[in-house]
Design a protein around this ligand. Structure first.
Ligand code: G3H
Ligand code: 13P
Ligand code: ZN
Length: 307
């Protein structure tokens, strides 16, 4: 099956109150683990590639790995650029066959963000590619940009932003953040704000970044076998499930993949000190990604059997 866009995926997700998982991919094992989970669950899927992933693996490698994945499994998969920083990166991905891109102008002023997003939308739509934009700022680190404090999305600005840019989905800030250390105290999301935005933008797909749950089993396992991940914490699964019924159609997950792989590899190597064939530890790591993603699809995103 060829790559698909996100428009139809989101339209159905919105109507039926579930979210599509957008998982960050960096190598073959991650792609295989995620694909195996989605294939078993018959779930729509977004595979997303950050600038860091493009630098690590190379755009052509990622593109071809996903092409190979689509030969193996007959699934609707969107290939999405995560956190595109400027027009050129978006253009390169659009020209390179991505079906969806994110232009992240959240670090710019409102007017500059609108102007940049609009430019990307015009180029992308002309080529049938969907565009995610971001308004508001998440705390945490993404690539080389870090922000100590979040700035929650203003609902009135969100409406104006969507109308003026013509973007297809909007990432908002309501309390999630990137990485493994999301909440010092109680985990909370601003559902009143989300509801307001959803009511003011009916049928419009909302995106949540920074939505890893940081499963404690992986934190514990990594720490037990030499890691020093400390008191990592994520977004509780029930909050994500709830968000999916409030117009959130795309939920971004990267950190949980990193944690699952690293925890299992640490354990494997500690328990098998004589092994040195990467296939020996990458196999259980790939399996851990699959199981984690399958759990998300079934119990958090609610998108099993939606294809
Ligand atoms: O939002 C950030 C994603 O987790 C991607 O992370 O830029 O280190 O690949 P990365
Ligand atoms: P996490 O760090 O919570 O996995 O968020 C990933 C993300 O938002 C990618 O864009
Ligand atoms: Zn993100």
């Amino acid at each position: 099956m060829p790559l698909t866009g996100t428009r139809e995926m989101f339209a159905r997700a919105y109507k039926e109150g579930y979210a599509v998982g957008a998982f960050n991919v960096n190598n073959m094992e991650i792609i295989q683990g995620i694909m195996a989970a989605a294939a078993e669950e018959r779930a729509p899927l977004i595979l997303q590639v950050s600038a860091g992933a493009r630098k690590y693996a190379g755009q052509a490698y990622i593109r071809k790995l996903i092409e190979a994945a689509l030969i193996e499994d007959d699934l609707p998969v969107a290939l999405h650029l995560d956190h595109g920083q400027d027009f050129e990166i978006c253009k390169s991905c659009i020209d390179g066959g991505f079906s969806s891109v994110m232009i992240d102008g959240s670090h710019l002023s409102f007017e500059e963000n609108i102007a940049l997003t609009k430019r990307v939308v015009e180029y992308a739509h002309d080529k049938g590619v969907d565009v995610e934009a971001e308004l508001g700022r998440l705390a945490g680190v993404e690539d080389d940009v870090s922000s100590e404090h979040s700035i929650y999305t203003d609902p009135d600005q969100a409406v104006e932003f969507v109308q003026r840019t013509g973007c297809d989905s909007l990432a908002i800030a309501i309390g999630t953040s990137h990485g493994a250390y999301k909440f010092a105290g109680e985990a909370k999301l601003d559902f009143d704000r989300l509801e307001k935005i959803t009511n003011m933008l009916p049928n419009f797909p909302i995106v949540l970044h920074g939505s890893s749950s940081v499963p404690q089993e992986f934190v514990k396992m990594a720490n037990e076998f030499g890691g020093e991940i400390g008191s990592a914490s994520g977004v509780p699964e029930e909050l994500l499930r709830k968000a999916a019924t409030f117009g959130v159609c795309k939920i971004n997950i990267d950190t949980d993949i990193r944690l699952a792989m690293t925890a299992v590899i640490r354990k494997y190597l500690a328990e098998n000190p004589t092994h040195f064939d990467p296939r020996q530890y990458l196999k259980p790591a790939r399996e851990a990604v699959k199981n984690m993603v399958q759990h998300k699809i079934k119990n958090v995103l609610g998108c099993s059997n939606k294809i």
